[in-house]
Design a protein. Sequence first.
Length: 260
Amino acid sequence: MAIGISSGCFYPHTTEESLQIVGELGADCTELFVNSPYELDSAYIEKFKEIKDSYGFRVKSFHTYASFTESYYFFSSYNRRFLESQEDFKRYFDGMHTLGADVLVMHGAKIPGSIPDEEVFERFGILSDMAQKEDILLCQENVALYRSQSPDYLKRMRDFLGDRFHMVFDLKQARKVKIDPAVFVEEFSDSIAHIHISDCTADAPCALPFCEGSLFDFKAFFKTMQEKGYKGDYMLELYDYCYTCPEDIKIAYEGLKKCL
């Protein structure tokens, strides 16, 4: 287990600039947030690897660049587009192998969508099988305004997929839909493979850890997850308006490590 810093914290810097900042902050690991199709080309992947190797951090996970269009490409009523999109989906695997990542984060189907939940589950299972053959876990993230914001939806997805169901748990996404994060922890702890962390205040569902007015008890959360048997990493993932400079994230990162 380690505390990591997602490259997504530094969007809209280029991905290589973001990874450079992750390295300069001394993070143990990162989630690589892919921001364009070309960033899966070997030239970019090699550039990312050079940065990773020069600073010595791990790349634990990739986040898909198509998160806002996954409903269109993978989960729409036009089946041919899903079949063709599988070839594009495979492009993540080579990059993940090169960088040593084994978790692929997906937002999945939006609300309301054009196909029923069961068909979404079936297609997700196909993509999950493709990833599993490459020793990669395809993980459904709980995301506000997506079907996965609902614990009930995720329960039915788990029932359908069985041991192929893996989840990325995001604290701020739970808060956005006003669901106590403990609800997800209690129901899905056996399926959570990766966690996105952030703090909160009375007015903001996502905030810099240990900021003025912060409310979240990270020490208690880490202890609970350890008791539940969680052995993955905790990835600090913030929006750029949550901090004023990278040094803020450095201070938060060091504080989180003391709580682990």
